[in-house]
Design a protein around this ligand. Structure first.
Ligand code: COA
Length: 329
């Protein structure tokens, strides 16, 4: 019998309605459209507005649409891997909240935290449960309400991040389609350059942490940039080499959307042309765990059965990695 792979059999996404443009940011902090566009490629990002709404509410929209597309019920889901850096609550897991909201009564689930590499880590993790034969339907969700941890007085971070969520369904495939390889890496010594200072067990919330703005993203942009540009490109090239793929074999690169310059450097290193690179950073900014599934969702109509697709990401931690998959439909 041929090996069982985990194939993506459905994808869907959700981007909130509110559009935060560069023009609006110009009224909030000392910045301008030209700077943001040339340094990052971002023109606008989406913001989830509304009292009491969290990351799970975007996931409900994405997943309900996905189930409808695939023609299955939530009760058929075995496992939910919810990749997020902005969970609804410190506990319980957002996966549990989502399961309750969509009626996934037979699923277990957990949240996976690997910052911007979360979706790649989660896809690889979810795939193991399919490959082992343990589960038949695994939902991998990537989503973040980054606006909940952004200081909109900090021009170095507020221009980058946005809210959004995407999800894929993994099912067994014995015809050679699905997740074929992945390389996952991490280096915790990089945590100093990109993190949230307070709100965890080291520095629980206090008046001091709130007054100090310590519950927002802290980033040393240049250090992160240097690391990202090298490692994301290296790992994407490595997975190609390991699978004897040349640029012509690759149908699409799906890069994490953090900065257009980093995306271009990765594509150049792989030798793939612009037409093969999924880019929607201009519309959504960096939605952290949402970027890769949102790209897959937007390119779903163009993807063809048998396409070789390379995913690549890097994020806080530091974390980084790449996945090679063969599109299954
Ligand atoms: C954040 C980032 C866009 C900044 O771009 P950069 O080219 O590195 O810019 P620098 O930080 O060197 O700042 C250059 C200048 O622009 C200024 N600047 C910073 N933000 C600005 C803004 N929004 N508008 C206008 N000027 C700004 C800085 O103050 C600095 O001014 P100075 O030269 O007078 O000191 C870039 O470093 C980056 O994308 N880093 C990686 C971030 C990332 O990918 N994070 C997600 C990880 S998952």
């Amino acid at each position: 019998m041929s090996k069982i792979h985990a194939a993506i059999t459905a994808v869907n996404g959700y981007a909130p309605d509110y559009i935060l443009t560069n023009a609006e940011l110009e009224t909030m902090v000392d910045t301008n459209d030209e700077w943001i566009t040339s340094r990052t490629g971002i023109k606008e990002r989406r913001i989830l507005k509304g009292e009491g709404l969290g990351t799970s509410d975007m996931a409900v929209q994405a997943v309900n649409g996905l189930l409808q597309k695939r023609g299955i019920t939530a009760e058929e889901i075995d496992l939910i891997v919810f990749c997020t850096t902005t969970p609804d609550y410190p506990f319980p897991a957002t996966a549990n909240v989502l399961a309750d909201k969509i009626g996934a009564k037979n699923a277990w689930g957990f949240d996976l935290q690997a910052a911007c590499s979360g979706f790649i880590y989660g896809l690889t993790t979810g795939a193991q449960f399919i490959e082992s034969g343990k589960h038949k339907k695994v939902l991998v969700v990537g989503g973040d309400k980054m606006s909940s941890i952004i200081n909109y007085d900090d021009r170095t971070t507020c221009i980058i991040f946005g809210d959004g969520c995407g999800a894929v369904l993994l099912e067994p495939n014995d015809e050679g389609y699905g997740v074929l390889d992945s390389i996952l890496r991490s280096d915790g010594s990089g945590r100093q350059f990109l993190h949230q200072k307070a709100g965890g067990s080291v520095r629980p919330a206090s008046h001091e942490t709130i007054d100090g703005g310590e519950h927002a993203v802290y980033q040393e942009g240049q250090a992160v940039f240097k690391f990202a540009v090298t490692n994301m490109a290296d790992v994407a090239a490595e997975i190609m080499e390991r699978n004897q793929l040349v640029a012509d074999d690759v149908a699409y690169l799906v890069p994490h959307q953090a900065n257009l310059r980093i995306i271009n450097a990765t594509a150049n290193r792989m030798g793939v042309g612009e037409d093969k690179v999924m880019v929607n950073i201009h519309k959504y900014g960096n939605t952290t765990n949402g970027t890769i599934p949102l790209c897959l969702w937007e390119w779903e109509d163009k993807l063809k059965k048998g396409d070789n697709v390379i995913l690549a990401a890097f994020g806080g931690g530091f974390t980084w990695g790449s996945v090679y998959l063969k599109w299954a439909y």
